[in-house]
Design a protein around this ligand. Structure first.
Ligand code: DOR
Length: 429
């Protein structure tokens, strides 16, 4: 099976490549990259005027299977990924039961092979049931394919447990992904603590709840030598802490979500529960700091924290709604709107944060368009415009605050191991 992608702007940050040309795919691998490739192919895609980039990788996705299939399944979540331009996703362990042992990691891999349309990499829990008390079966999970450890959705409040987790994770060469949140400081908070929470009469979450834990996990990473990755960074203070630690040589990396570089707590006005997310939407100063952190390399990765919930769960008073919003299908358009068009990131810089940087963190042999690499490829049309309509998302979760937004710059083809799974914005499987 041969696929020829013709005449696109090929951007491959890992190889420092930004050139116009063709890519020939054969038997699921990249066979050749060059000018005017004349091979006979079974299928040809004209990519003139489009960007041809390594398949996007999202390291922070909630696929909800097993146990929470009303919110999302591996089948629907991976289809949402394909529509969003992603060829690989890493899924968080806060399923039911929690992915804290070999059997569940294996289950996820088997279900993904049976029902998924993009590559799925399970993240194992740090502690049993993500309760923060006893370490999970770290070695066993690694042996069947867990790519990182996280109690995402829950912090590891006990610092000694986190220290031991880092010591084990280092032995097994797994990064720890820190959901940095001090539960006591969060208390009953539902949105950022500040002017808007006062105006709206909602309980606030102070920025310290995040920053205290970012600082702690940097310190623990430093004493253990275990790489720590800060998930969904949301405050200017956290960006400053990561920057300062990186400058000292600490093995810390960080990700920002599209909502945290796009929206502020102003969006909560109107009490739309789609804006309820953890960590919460912050202030304009925080958004500016996140953008600056993306620009100067403090923040290595863009990840969605795609967190689908049912309409029934979200259709309640703000205080009672679960935290989380979907993100897979809107992130590329938001990267164009908020980061590329204003000149905060160049196209290659933005693509690196969606491809090679996440691949390196999880040690995946992915994220490049090198000859011989898996043919995971995304084609983006920088001129394609669409209005976000929640009901039309492929995800089961319709909980997006971006309904009605016009986005320009969207994926128009997603190719996984040489197989076209999305073309012209439509799923093919
Ligand atoms: O808003 C969030 N939702 N933040 C998290 O950390 C977890 C996620 C979820 O699982 O719904």
């Amino acid at each position: 099976m041969k696929l020829l992608i013709k005449g696109g702007r090929i951007i491959d940050p890992a190889n420092g490549k930004d050139t116009t040309g063709d890519i020939l795919v054969e038997d699921g691998k990249i066979k050749e990259i060059g000018q005017n490739i004349a091979a006979q192919a079974d299928d040809t895609i004209d990519a003139t005027g489009k960007l041809v980039v390594p398949g996007l990788i999202d390291i922070h996705v909630h696929l909800r299977e097993p146990g929470l299939e009303a919110k999302e399944t591996i089948a629907t979540g991976t289809r949402a990924a394909a529509r969003g331009g992603f060829t690989s996703v890493a899924c968080m362990p806060n399923t039911k039961p929690v992915a804290d042992n070999q059997a569940i990691i294996e289950f996820i891999k088997v279900r993904a092979a049976q029902t998924g349309v993009v590559n799925v990499y399970p993240i194992g829990a740090i502690t049993k049931e993500s309760k923060g008390q006893e370490l999970a079966e770290i070695g066993d999970m690694k042996s069947v394919g867990a790519v990182a450890l996280s109690d995402d959705g829950q912090p590891v409040m006990n610092s000694d447990v986190m220290r031991r987790a880092m010591e084990y994770a280092k032995m097994f060469d797994l990064p720890i992904i820190s959901h940095s949140e001090d539960k006591d400081l969060v208390a009953e908070g539902v949105m950022n603590e500040g002017y808007m929470s006062t105006v709206l009469g909602l309980k606030g979450i102070n920025r310290a709840a995040e920053e205290v834990m970012v600082a702690r996990d940097i310190i623990l990473s430093e004493i253990t030598g275990c790489p720590v990755h800060i998930a969904h960074i949301s405050t200017a203070g956290s960006v400053r802490l990561v920057k300062e630690a990186k400058n000292r040589g600490v093995k810390v990396t960080a990700e920002a979500t599209p909502h945290h570089f796009t929206l502020t707590d102003q969006a909560v006005e109107g009490y739309n529960t789609a804006t309820k997310v953890n960590p919460p939407l912050r202030t304009a100063d925080d958004v500016a700091a996140i953008k600056a952190g993306l620009a100067d390399g403090t923040i290595d990765i863009i990840a969605t924290d795609h967190a689908p919930h049912t309409q029934e769960e979200k259709d309640v008073e703000y205080n009672y709604a679960p935290f989380g919003m979907v993100g897979l299908e809107t992130v590329v358009g938001l990267v164009f709107k908020e980061l590329i068009e204003p000149g905060i990131l160049t196209l290659p810089e933005a693509i690196a944060k969606l491809t090679i940087n996440p691949a390196r963190l999880l040690r995946l042999e992915k994220g490049t368009l090198s000859q011989g690499a898996d043919a995971d490829i995304t084609i983006i049309d920088p001129n394609h415009e669409e209005t976000v309509i929640a009901e039309e998302l492929a995800s089961k979760g319709k909980n997006t605050p971006f309904t009605g937004w016009n986005l320009k710059g969207l994926p128009v083809a997603t190719i996984v191991a040489g197989r076209v799974v999305m073309k012209d914005r439509k799923l093919l499987c």
